[in-house]
Design a protein around this ligand. Structure first.
Ligand code: NAD
Length: 250
């Protein structure tokens, strides 16, 4: 396990799925961890289970991000690791994208991610690490994901420029692009149980390693990128997808 002793880490959307598993790994690796989310009960329950600090902050609301930064500044002064993980998935076919769906997905997955970074920057120690949770959808034409994919592609683009601009402070900025991972994100789309099982089976059969990822698979990669072991890595993207991106045909 990568050593994160003495580091302070913030995980947005840390009460569920990939964020929760990563907060757990960060803590086990020795970091002090702060998780955020938008549901007070869920954040409090997860923070209690993990033994970390929980703060409610909806990333679609820039004032909420300001308040989050102020609270962390008051309680921790500085941070070393920012895992920009909060995100939603709202599938819809081209031709049926509503303005609300567009604004929500871009507002959380892209604008929320960007302003989380922008507003945390003064608190991030030199040599810190920012990890943006993107998706292999940024590079695919998977049906029903046009807006979601665009929100993640925009985040990957921001990641590259931020990496070069923050290099003088030795702050590293990288993106992680998971393939399908078993988390509550799919149930939140409103798909019926039967539809979800069909969707999962169809995708699983196309993944060369023949399984969905587990949140812990992603957490291990994020923990590595957060650690000093990754001190020469910035501006990079890592697909972690069981091989589906290199073999989408069979
Ligand atoms: P999840 O639904 O389990 O977790 C999402 C987290 O984001 C939750 O903690 C939720 O509270 C938080 N969140 C959502 N909207 C928020 C907002 N406005 N403000 C603050 N927090 C908010 O899903 P997950 O699969 O763990 O998703 C985590 C990230 O991984 C997302 O960015 C998602 O796009 C990305 N991702 C997931 C998969 C997958 O297959 N599960 C694949 C690729 C990328």
């Amino acid at each position: 396990m990568n050593d994160l002793t003495g580091k302070v880490a913030v995980v947005t959307g840390g009460n569920s799925g990939i964020g929760y598993a990563t907060a757990k790994q960060f803590k086990e690796a020795g970091a002090q961890v702060i998780i955020t989310g938008r549901d007070a009960d869920k954040v409090a329950t997860a923070a209690f289970e993990l033994g970390v600090t929980g703060i409610v902050a909806d990333v679609i609301n820039l004032t909420a991000i300001d308040n989050l930064v102020e609270q962390i500044k008051a309680d921790f002064a500085k941070i070393d690791i920012l895992f920009v993980n909060a995100g939603i998935f709202s599938p819809a076919p081209v031709g049926q994208a509503s303005e609300e769906m567009f604004d929500n997905q871009m507002g959380i997955n892209f604008k929320g991610a960007v302003f989380t970074i922008e507003k945390f920057l003064p608190l991030i120690n030199d040599s810190g690490s920012i990890i943006n949770l993107s998706s292999i959808n940024a590079y695919t034409g998977m049906p029903n994901t046009a807006i979601y994919a665009a929100s993640k592609a925009a985040l990957n683009s921001y990641t590259r420029t931020a990496a070069t601009e923050l290099a003088p402070r030795k702050i590293r900025v990288n993106a992680v692009n998971p393939g399908p991972v078993y988390t509550p994100i799919f149930a939140k789309t409103g798909m019926a149980e039967e539809q979800l099982s069909e969707f999962s089976a169809a995708i699983e059969s196309r993944i060369p390693l023949k399984r969905f990822g587990q949140p812990e698979d992603i957490a291990k990669l994020v923990s590595f990128l957060a650690s000093d072991d990754a001190s020469f890595i910035t501006g990079s993207e890592y697909n972690i997808d069981g091989g589906i991106n290199v073999n989408p045909i069979i």
